[in-house]
Design a protein around this ligand. Structure first.
Ligand SMILES: Nc1ncnc2c1ncn2[C@@H]1O[C@H](COP(=O)(O)OP(=O)(O)OP(=O)(O)O)[C@@H](O)[C@H]1O
Ligand SMILES: Nc1ncnc2c1ncn2[C@@H]1O[C@H](COP(=O)(O)OP(=O)(O)OP(=O)(O)O)[C@@H](O)[C@H]1O
Ligand SMILES: [Mg+2]
Ligand SMILES: [Mg+2]
Lengths: 226, 226
């Protein structure tokens, strides 16, 4: 469903240049749930952003299906992201002026579509935020904001879900419920999930774990099926 | 060093009012390291903000030493926060236009003071961010931003350190190093630390753990000394 071939991403130039990705190769099969772990600063967010077309590789190729992201124009890239990709940002990136509900359905609204009320209710109930939908992000706790960001990535049932540390602000019960929702997306709807996490218990819910260090994949583990 | 007596915090009014703190009592002795755990939305950030004078209780008293925070004017509160309190925010609250170094020394700069170069070097080395000091927050990874926010709270060696989930974006090695720095502040310099966390391994480094639920303390555990 997605892959990176010899991905290099360099920020800056000259002496202070940072090689955030250093010849990274990774493949993410359709309908699989992959976790990505690694030290802070090892390139995990950079990998996710390049895979989702939010950032451009310096060299190498990022592909979604048979499409090389570097070949797409702005318009095509925007449509691909809106319709086929859901992204949970490490810093949430919620719109401050919109309510939680408006934030969640924003990708649908931008596409001129309406949410399925039953799916919206089911999703927000499962994530424990159904009672907070009328509030703006500043009126929500950190963990509630994180779950709103997750709901936004799931509401369109996109082919590809990229989640950047989606449980970092959650207690173990809320984290388990969120991971259950992600597991259902994969098991019941054959969506593809790539999740960055620092939490081994979250990684244990995936089908396999890729370990990054210094902008490269250094190890891969298959998870025994639960 | 700090305490809350019958703390009540209500957001909003009428039917949608939220009782974020519901008659909370807690005491934080000088020179002790207290962890606070509890479900997402249980009032942990609200408690920290009220203790640090960043928010006002609806009723009850928040005290630092013998001073009731509700009695202080804006000027006195600002000086207290700048000189005696360090706060690591759940969302970091870094200044986007300033470099990491400028963000870290901002509380000193605002007080017309300069950093001790040896202490700044030691702190940033220990937190693993010494090589990123010239970069602005947007050029840092999530975990690097979190460590810059932590360094800012520690640089003034304040009497009171409030840390709101300071390891949520860190791998286990970086988290352990950050907790070691916090432990040193308590053991070597008799600073007082109140740390909200969802991570049991972080809580295990504290002297005691308070458990919140629905805006109240429901349980307290003393940690066996390591
Ligand atoms: N400005 C506000 N207006 C309305 N409700 C608020 C506001 N700020 C916080 N709340 C609500 O108060 C409750 C407690 O929030 P708080 O941020 O203290 O939770 P928390 O324990 O820190 O959670 P987390 O672990 O998710 O960070 C939550 O239900 C939250 O939605
Ligand atoms: N715009 C930028 N300019 C310069 N350097 C950058 C920029 N963005 C990221 N970096 C650097 O690239 C490296 C990788 O960053 P990335 O955000 O991918 O790390 P990460 O693995 O997600 O870390 P974390 O676990 O802390 O979130 C880091 O050293 C970071 O400082
Ligand atoms: Mg990251
Ligand atoms: Mg909080």
């Amino acid at each position: 469903a997605a892959r990176v071939i010899d991905g290099v991403k360099v920020y800056g130039t000259g002496g202070t240049a940072v090689r955030a990705l250093d010849g990274l190769c990774a493949e993410f099969a359709a309908g699989a749930f992959t976790a990505i772990m690694g030290p802070s600063g090892s390139g995990k967010s950079t990998l996710l952003h390049c895979l989702a077309g939010l950032d451009q590789l310096t060299s190498g190729r990022a592909m979604i299906g048979d499409v090389c992201l570097g070949d797409l124009g702005d318009r095509a890239m925007t449509l691909l992201r809106r319709d086929r990709i859901g992204f949970v940002f490490q810093a949430f990136n919620l719109v401050p002026a919109l309510t939680a509900r408006e934030n969640i359905v924003l990708p649908l609204t931008l596409g001129g579509r309406r949410p399925d009320p039953a799916w919206l209710a089911e999703l927000t109930e499962a994530l424990g935020i159904a009672g907070r939908l009328g509030h703006r992000p500043a009126e929500l706790s950190g963990g509630q904001q994180q779950r709103v960001a997750t709901a936004r990535a799931l509401i369109t049932r996109p082919d590809l879900i990229f989640a950047d540390e989606p449980t970092g602000n959650l207690d173990s019960k809320a984290a388990a419920e969120l991971l259950t929702q992600i597991r259902r997306a994969v098991d019941d709807y054959r969506q593809t999930v790539v999740m960055v996490t620092h939490d081994p218990r979250a990684a244990a819910r995936a089908d396999r774990v890729l370990f990054l260090a210094d902008g490269r994949v250094v190890r891969e583990l298959r998870c025994p099926s639960a």
